[in-house]
Write a protein that binds this ligand. Structure first.
Ligand SMILES: Cc1cc2nc3c(=O)[nH]c(=O)nc-3n(C[C@H](O)[C@H](O)[C@H](O)COP(=O)(O)OP(=O)(O)OC[C@H]3O[C@@H](n4cnc5c(N)ncnc54)[C@H](O)[C@@H]3O)c2cc1C
Length: 368
C-alpha cells in the first residue's frame, strides 16, 4: 500500500485521527508498538471543559462529534449519555456552578442548576448537606479502548494497521525497531506520553493518575459525579492532589478517581494516594465504605505547560504533524483533534481556530 499518511500510535487519539483521515479519502498506515498508554488506563468521561476558551472550543466540538458517531458505534464501546453533575459542596461552589452555567449556556451547551433538594433526588447516595449541582446533560462516558478499536475498523480499507515500534522520524519516512522503514509524505505523531522519545523537544510531562473500580452495584449512582472543587484542586495543582470524580459504568461498577502527581513514571499503585482519593470520595458518598473495590491501577497523562494539546504542524520537522499532549481530556477531545488534523492535513478549512493548539506557542521553550 502507498500510504498518504503514517499515524504513529493507535490509542484513542491516533485511532480517531486515522478514522478522520480515512473519511477524508486518505490511505492511512497506523503503526503501534503495543506498549499501551492512557487510553486503556483512563476514565472515558466525555466532558465539556471550560478552563479557557480554547479548551471549551475543542471539547464542545468533540462532544458533538462523539454524539454523531454514537448511533453507529459498536455496543462494546459502552457509550452512556449519563451527563455530568458538577457537585457544589457549599455556597461558594454554588456561585462557581452558576458562573459555569453562564459560560456553558453562552455556547449553547445544555445545562441546569440543581438545588440541594433536586440533587438529593437525582443522586440519593450523595451525603446530605451539599449545596447543589450543575447538570451538563450532553456529557457522557465511553469505554475508550473499544472505541479506539471501533474507529480503526470503521475506517475500512483506507486504514492499514501494523504492529511496529517507531524508533526515529525522518523527512518522509519513519524507522522501525527492526531496522526497516515506512514511507509517507505526511507523518502524524499520536503516541501520547511516549512522544518525547521520538521528539524530545516537545514540552510534555507525565502526570500520573490512580483509579479504583468496585464490584457491581447497579443503580447506586446515575451521573458522572465531579466535585466543583476539582477545577481548582486537581487541574491547577503542581503538587500531588486528589479530587472526587466518580463514574457509574454500564456494568453497575463504580469507577472512582482521581489523583494527580507530576514527573513520576513509576506505574506502581501507591496506597497513600489511593487512601487520599477514597477519603475524598467518602466525603461525598459515605456508603462507598461498604462496597467492595476489586482493582486499582495507574496511568500517565501527557501534560503540556498550559494543559492544551499540541495539534498541527511540527514547528520545524518537515512533513511531521502533532496530535499529542492531551493530558486528562484526550478521550473527550480525540474526535475534535481528529477533525482539526484531517482538515489541516488535507488543506480543508478548519472547523474551528487551530491557533491556540499550535506547537509554535512553545517554540521558544522547545528550541532552547
Ligand atoms: C487516570 C486517568 C484518567 C483519565 N480520565 C479521562 C477522562 O475521564 N476523560 C478523558 O477525556 N480523558 C481522560 N484521561 C486522558 C486520556 O486517557 C488520554 O488523554 C488519552 O487516552 C490519550 O490518548 P493517546 O491516543 O494520545 O495516547 P495513548 O492512549 O497513550 O496511546 C499511545 C499509543 O502509542 C503507541 N506507541 C507509543 N510509542 C510508540 C512508538 N514509538 N511507535 C509506535 N507506537 C507507539 C502505544 O502503544 C499506544 O497505543 C485520563 C487519563 C488518565 C491517566
Amino acid at each position: 500500500m502507498q500510504a498518504d499518511v503514517i499515524v504513529i500510535g493507535a490509542g484513542i487519539v491516533g485511532a480517531a485521527c486515522a478514522h478522520a483521515l480515512a473519511q477524508a479519502g486518505q490511505q492511512v498506515l497506523v503503526l503501534d508498538a503495543g506498549v499501551g498508554g492512557a487510553t486503556g488506563a483512563g476514565m472515558g468521561h466525555l466532558v465539556v471543559m471550560d478552563d479557557n476558551p480554547a479548551e471549551l472550543a475543542l471539547s464542545r466540538h468533540s462532544l458533538a462529534l462523539w454524539r454523531s458517531l454514537v448511533p453507529r458505534m459498536a455496543d462494546d464501546c459502552a457509550f452512556s449519555p449519563c451527563g455530568t453533575l458538577w457537585v457544589a459542596a457549599d455556597d461558594a461552589e454554588m456561585v462557581a456552578a452558576e458562573e459555569k452555567q453562564q459560560r456553558l449556556g453562552q455556547h449553547g451547551i445544555d445545562c441546569r442548576l440543581l438545588s440541594a433538594n433536586q440533587l438529593a433526588t437525582a443522586e440519593p447516595a450523595l451525603r446530605p448537606g451539599l449545596a447543589g449541582a450543575l447538570e451538563v446533560t450532553g456529557d457522557g462516558i465511553v469505554y475508550a479502548p473499544n472505541a479506539a478499536r471501533w474507529l480503526l475498523g470503521d475506517g475500512g480499507s483506507n486504514i492499514h494497521i501494523e504492529a511496529a515500534e517507531v524508533v526515529a522520524i525522518e523527512a518522509g519516512h519513519v524507522r522501525l525497531a527492526d531496522g526497516t522503514q515506512r514511507r509517507a509524505p505526511q507523518i502524524l505523531l499520536a503516541n501520547g506520553i511516549h512522544a518525547t522519545a521520538l521528539c524530545p523537544e516537545l514540552p510534555i510531562r507525565p502526570k500520573k493518575g490512580h483509579l479504583l473500580i468496585t464490584d457491581r452495584y447497579p443503580g447506586t449512582v446515575h451521573h458522572q459525579l465531579v466535585e466543583l472543587g476539582y477545577i481548582t484542586s486537581a487541574h491547577h495543582a503542581e503538587g500531588p492532589s486528589v479530587a472526587f470524580n466518580l463514574q457509574p459504568r454500564p456494568t453497575g461498577q463504580l469507577l472512582i478517581g482521581s489523583s494527580r502527581q507530576f514527573d513520576t513514571t513509576d506505574m506502581a499503585v501507591e496506597a497513600p494516594m489511593v487512601a487520599q482519593m477514597l477519603q475524598r470520595a467518602l466525603r461525598y458518598i459515605p456508603a462507598l465504605g461498604d462496597l467492595n473495590a476489586i482493582r486499582s491501577w495507574t496511568g500517565l497523562r501527557a501534560a503540556t505547560p498550559d494543559s492544551l494539546p499540541l495539534l498541527g504542524r511540527h514547528p520545524w520537522r518537515e512533513g511531521l504533524w502533532l496530535a499529542v499532549g492531551h493530558e486528562g481530556l484526550g478521550v473527550t477531545t480525540a474526535t475534535g483533534t481528529a477533525q482539526l488534523l484531517a482538515e489541516l492535513m488535507t488543506g480543508a478549512a478548519p472547523a474551528f481556530d487551530p491557533t491556540p493548539y499550535a506547537a509554535e506557542r512553545f517554540t521558544a521553550t522547545a528550541t532552547a
